[in-house]
Structures are given as C-alpha cells and as structure tokens.
Design a protein around this ligand. Structure first.
Ligand code: ADP
Ligand code: 5GP
Length: 193
C-alpha cells in the first residue's frame, strides 16, 4: 500500500498557522492533523485532546525519556512535542499527516523524515506579525515579547524549507498551500503512459 506523506507547517507564532490549518482541515478531511503534547496552560476555549494534550513538565520529561516523541522542542518557556505513535500509524495507513510546529522541531523532522514536505509561512511584515499576536488577544505581554524576540531568528531560517508562503490574504494563502500539497512532488507520475 502507498504510504502517506508527512507535511510540516512552520513559521513564527502569530503568523496564522493555526488559522490556515483549521481551514485546510475543513476543506480536506482526508488530512490527519497530529495533536501535539504541551506543558503550556490551555488558552480560553482550548480543549484537551482537541487543540493539544496538556500535561505537566515531569510527565513530558518522562515521555522524552521513553522516546515517545517524533520531535520535541522548548518554545517560549514551554515544551511541545509530536507523539510518535499516532503519526506513524496514520502514515502506515496511507494517510497524509500534517504537523504544525515551531522551527527547531521542523528542523528535526527534516533530518528524520527527509521526504516530508516542509512549508514555511511568513508574515507580510514584522509590524503585522506583532499586530496579529496582539489581535489574537490570548498572550500576556511577557509571552508576546518572548514570541517576537524569537521571530527574527525564525524568519531568517525560512529558506531552509521546501516552500515559503507569505500569509497576506488568507484565502490566497490557503490556495497556495493547497497547490503545494496537491501538486508538489505528486505521489503518482502525472501525464506518463
Ligand atoms: P499561529 O497559529 O501561527 O500562532 P494564529 O492562527 O493564531 O497564528 O493567528 C494569529 C492571529 O492572526 C489570529 O487573530 C488570526 O485571526 C490572524 N490571522 C491569521 N491569518 C491572517 C491573515 N491572512 N490576515 C489577517 N489576520 C490573520
Ligand atoms: P502556541 O503556544 O502558540 O500554541 O504554540 C507555540 C509554538 O509551538 C507554535 O510555533 C507552534 O507551531 C509550536 N508547536 C505546537 N506543537 C508543537 C510540537 O508538537 N512540536 C514543536 N516543535 N512545536 C510545536
């Protein structure tokens, strides 16, 4: 059986990854979103098992020791990781799996899954990135400055990725991601007899 693809969506916090992903999953229910594990506290409206699995630092460290993560990283004072088993099962079943992760984790996936399609989402500008984080209204001033101070380094890494897409107009961006997912490196030869 054809194995599924691993797709990585990365880019600085506030660039719109979560928003883009929600739209993509609505339009393409065949994509499986890997729910990450984190030690961050839930934001209002976030649900355990839907947005993330929220666990303690000590439980996270146990999972690291037991090699339960495909990749993991510390970001803005919290741990985040992709549970290995679920992703491997879905890929083995031929399904495409999409990860929404930060830079360090995306780099790890580049090494362990060189066939993964890794997409970097860029903001139209740094001031617009800050506006988006503020408009989201979910982060403390301290969390905002940690995220912004990380953004410069993250943006400098954009060219390490297979595809770079600027999230200006949301609808346009979704179409560009769809084009990347469904035409880039197609699993079957196109137009061959
Ligand atoms: P991330 O998951 O990358 O941290 P979010 O998806 O939470 O980012 O988006 C951050 C904020 O930016 C949200 O308020 C979202 O509604 C807004 N946003 C996302 N994409 C766009 C866009 N193309 N234009 C304007 N605002 C956007
Ligand atoms: P947030 O706290 O805004 O939900 O996420 C902060 C950052 O962690 C975002 O850039 C998000 O993409 C990233 N992230 C979420 N889950 C994971 C994960 O499993 N692994 C890694 N490395 N990063 C993640």
């Amino acid at each position: 059986m054809e194995t599924g693809r691993l797709i990585v969506l990365t880019g600085p916090s506030g660039v719109g990854k979560g928003t883009l992903l929600r739209s993509l999953l609505q339009r393409h229910p065949e994509l499986y979103f890997s729910i990450s594990v984190t030690t961050r506290s839930p934001r209002p409206g976030e649900m355990d098992g839907k947005d993330y699995y929220f666990i303690s630092r000590s439980d996270f460290e146990e999972m690291v020791k037991a090699e339960k993560f495909l990749e993991w990283a510390e970001y803005a004072g919290n741990y985040y990781g992709t549970p290995r088993l679920q992703v491997e099962e879905h890929i083995a079943r031929g399904e495409s799996v999409i990860l929404e992760i930060e830079l360090e984790g995306a780099r790890q996936i580049g090494k362990t899954f060189p066939d993964a399609l890794r997409i970097f989402i860029l903001p139209p500008s740094l001031p617009e990135l800050e506006q988006r984080i503020r408009r989201r209204g979910t982060d403390s001033e301290e969390a905002i400055s940690r995220r912004l101070s990380r953004a410069g380094d993250e943006l400098a890494a954009a060219t390490e990725f297979d595809i770079q897409i600027i999230n200006d107009d949301l609808e346009n961006t979704i179409h560009r991601i769809e084009a990347a997912l469904f035409t880039y490196n197609p699993p079957f030869p196109v137009g061959e007899t």
